[in-house]
Design a protein around this ligand. Structure first.
Ligand code: PGA
Length: 265
């Protein structure tokens, strides 16, 4: 089955409202003719609605960078999936290594605050289900730390994250979900994962999906690679059979770079 490539830009804590609008305005001009690739941008919560207004009627979709599993209430700082939907989002990233508190390198001082992030596979799964319930589609991220890779535990870590993160979806939801394989050591470091290895791990993920939801879902599900994707390596990564797109951080902040990655797909 052929899967439509999906390139999503995770802006992280970058771009003010006006900078975000300028970025998508430039992007619209560069990719206006693209119809065979799905494209989304994920701005900060404060700029998501305004950026959503700026891309109305274009081929760029909108996503949130995270969400919460409760609908409303006394949850200071949190954003409900229905609020993202209301702001114009179709997508939401859940389980990014930065919201899981799994950073590539952690100095001792920072380690002590990691519990503030408090995200684990159980809550990633709850967020994904809440996203579906609100009419959003989750981009569910997983990935191993450098130490886990060096200890030969990559597959074990990924399989265990995926089994917990993807548990209990309906078949319809499983058909729609998007998974992002993001080796933590490759995020924002300039160290891209070797394309054959990235493809192999995406194959491992597809196998987990097959065991959980059957052949048709495994065939249909889109798996993105993320971690230092840039114009110079995108075509190689995206040519691999198990890689159906990219979750792009740094290179999504420059319209020409992001457009080049989209065109490479
Ligand atoms: P990067 O980030 O492209 O800057 O490595 C990717 C991500 O964290 O989604």
């Amino acid at each position: 089955m052929s899967r439509k490539p999906f390139i999503a830009g995770n802006w992280k804590m970058n771009k003010t409202i006006s900078e975000g609008i300028a970025l998508v305005d430039e992007l619209k001009g560069l990719i206006g003719d693209v119809s065979n690739v799905d494209v989304a941008v994920c701005p900060t919560f404060v700029s998501v609605a305004k950026v959503g207004d700026a891309i109305k009627g274009s081929n760029i979709m909108l996503g949130g960078q995270d969400t919460f599993w409760q609908e409303s209430g006394a949850w200071t700082r949190q954003i409900a999936p229905s609020m993202l939907k209301d702001a114009g989002c179709q997508w939401v990233i859940v389980g990014h290594s930065e919201t899981r508190g799994r950073f590539g390198t952690v100095d001792a001082e920072l380690e002590s605050v990691l519990s503030y992030f408090g995200e684990c596979d159980t809550t990633v799964n709850m967020k994904a289900k809440a996203a579906f319930a609100a009419g959003l589609t989750p981009i569910i991220a997983c990935g191993e730390l450098l130490a886990e890779r060096e200890a030969g535990n990559t597959d074990k870590v990924i399989v265990s994250q995926m089994k917990a993160d993807l548990a209990g979806f309906t078949k319809d939801q499983a058909l729609k979900m998007v998974i992002a394989y993001e080796p933590v050591w490759a995020i924002g470091t300039g160290k891209v994962c070797d394309s054959d290895e990235a493809d192999r791990v995406c194959g491992v993920i597809r196998n987990v999906v097959k065991e959980m939801y059957g052949d048709d879902v495994a065939d249909a599900v889109r798996i993105q690679y993320g971690g230092s994707v840039k114009p110079s390596n995108a075509a190689e990564l995206l040519s691999k059979p198990n890689i159906d797109g990219a979750l792009v951080g740094g290179a999504a902040l420059k319209a020409s770079d992001f457009a080049a990655i989209i065109k490479a797909a």
